[in-house]
Design a protein around this ligand. Sequence first.
Ligand code: FAD
Length: 386
Amino acid sequence: MTDPLDLLDTASLLSEEERDIQRTVRDFLDDRARPHVAGWYDSATFPRDLVPELGKLGLLGMHLYGYGCAGTNAVSYGLACLELEGVDSGLRSFVSVQGSLSMFSIWRWGSEEQRTEWLPRLAAGEAVGCFGLTEPDFGSDPAGMRTRAVRDGGDWVLNGSKTWITNGGLADVATVWARTDDGIRGFLVPRGTPGFTTTDITQKLSLRASVTSSLHLQDVRLPASAMLPEARGLRGPLACLNEARFGILFGAVGAARDSLRAALGYADSRIQFDRPISAFQLTQKKLADMAVALNSAMLLALHLGRLKDRHELRAEQVSVGKLNNVREAIAIARECRTILGGSGISGEYSPLRHASNLESVRTYEGTDEVHTLVIGQALTGRAAYR
Ligand code: FAD
């Protein structure tokens, strides 16, 4: 029997364990998040109380191993992202930033002391992390960053600012990237460090169920041990971003799938001209085109997930996945909104919320244009960024 949300039976490409993990995450979210998400979005609230529960489920730093992390394969992590974003991109963004940006930066580039101090608490959801790379004047081009760290005796002193930082106002620890005499280096800045403050960005029209903040660093004095010892140059933050992008290319499928579910349900029950609108050819064309795009995106995500589990995934392949899947997901969410007619602009239905969220998702972790240039460079051997 055909599952309209999985026309190609992509579930049959998953292992029993992967299916179990996906089901567990879906059941948890159906119970604890889905009934409340429209309200969170409306009131621009991130459900902070949910964080320890996400930790208990093993979703924080899920694909990392040791230090209290679940140590699943990459596909399972992707499927969790798919389910999270099927509720709201804000939830998936939290998990991506906590696991793939904050925790991964410490796990991959940190000292043993930094790992043991932070990773178990971050994995359990007892602490929140954020990742500060973007600055007011440097987004797509982080190499130009102005935040600076200078040596003063045995200490580091940081000055500068970061903006558009997910979880910034919630974070117990910020991974901050700064320019030093020795190139770009990463620093762990605990909340409460004198001179370190945050301001939440308000009036967002996208990703409203997520905290987005600016970080301000004024003469922030840190011990030498605050620097991530293994990260040198832009390779440090870029490796973290590649991890987070991987979660996004699955997550986008979740937002698209949830939109299609809403549109299918509505098209079946809405009667116009004496027939359900799903019986009209024009509606069926929309639904068929979206099912083709959704299933293709899922196959792409799974293929890239299998490559990642074989440690063969290249950065330009992640760019293909992020560019395609987010682009398709936005198109699907918008098209689903049209099927809902006027009801589509109500928060009662998810497609317009997903479409609006996906505008952030297409911008962060590399814009469409930046990923296009990454792919262009891989194809031609020529960098066209400047
Ligand atoms: P710009 O770089 O100014 O780009 C503006 C436009 O110019 C874009 O269309 C871009 O593609 C285009 N452009 C730029 N350069 C080129 C080029 N060479 N060729 C063609 N076109 C080009 N950052 C973090 O560090 N941590 C976070 O946790 C984080 N969370 C975020 C959450 C949200 C909700 C948002 C919206 C952003 C977040 N960001 C975060 C920042 C995000 O990564 C940046 O917004 C993104 O990198 C783009 O930078 P920008 O906004 O400065 O745009």
